[in-house]
Design a binder for this molecule. Structure first.
Ligand code: NI
Length: 183
């Protein structure tokens, strides 16, 4: 596999703190290429051999803004079983409903734009229903749960210029942990 030629912005970059714009269709050839590049990059980052070869950090999701493109597009790659990957292409997402139950990643969330250790937990909905558009502009509804629900919320935050570190209370990084379920 050939690593796509993409540069992921670091948290210090101002663009990561801006709100991305709604996308209109049809997508440009450039945007379609960007989506394919993001999907392949994430997949390769999850394959041990490729990750080591290219010195990557494993990642599950990427938003266009992390490549400096301020459009409401993100992708997620989930390894469903060894060597099997499921792609999510999510454009103009809207959260339709969400669970009362909150969860958090016990070991802390990670982000390909944040290149340091971050202490603390981020409250996330355990389940959500999201409406979005695919690469062809077709609307679809998706029900997500657990780690995929967290990944969707993390990426939707990116589209709104929010990094996960901003959702951690610096004075009390494990605030309300007892009210949520760890995954
Ligand atoms: Ni991120």
């Amino acid at each position: 596999m050939k690593l796509p030629n993409i540069v992921i912005l670091d948290e210090k970059d101002k663009r990561l703190h801006k709100v991305s714009q709604e996308v209109s269709f049809p997508l440009s050839t450039q945007d379609k290429k960007m989506i394919q590049d993001m999907l392949l990059y994430l997949k390769m980052s999850q394959i041990d051999e490729e990750r080591e070869k290219y010195d990557l950090r494993a990642g599950m999701g990427l938003s266009a803004v992390q490549l400096g493109v301020l459009k409401r597009i993100f992708v997620i790659v989930e390894e469903t079983e060894k060597g099997q990957f499921k792609n999510y292409v999510v454009i103009n997402p809207k959260i339709k409903s969400f669970s009362e139950e909150l969860i958090y990643v016990g070991e802390g969330e990670g982000c390909l734009s944040i290149n340091r250790e971050v202490e603390g937990i981020v409250p996330r909905y355990a389940r959500m229903t999201v409406e979005a558009q695919d690469e062809d502009g077709h609307f679809y509804e998706i029900r997500v749960r657990e780690d995929i629900s967290i990944a969707f919320q993390h990426e939707i935050d990116h589209l709104n210029g929010i990094l996960f570190t901003e959702r951690i209370d610096p004075k009390n990084p494990y605030k309300n942990a007892e009210k949520m379920r760890e995954i």
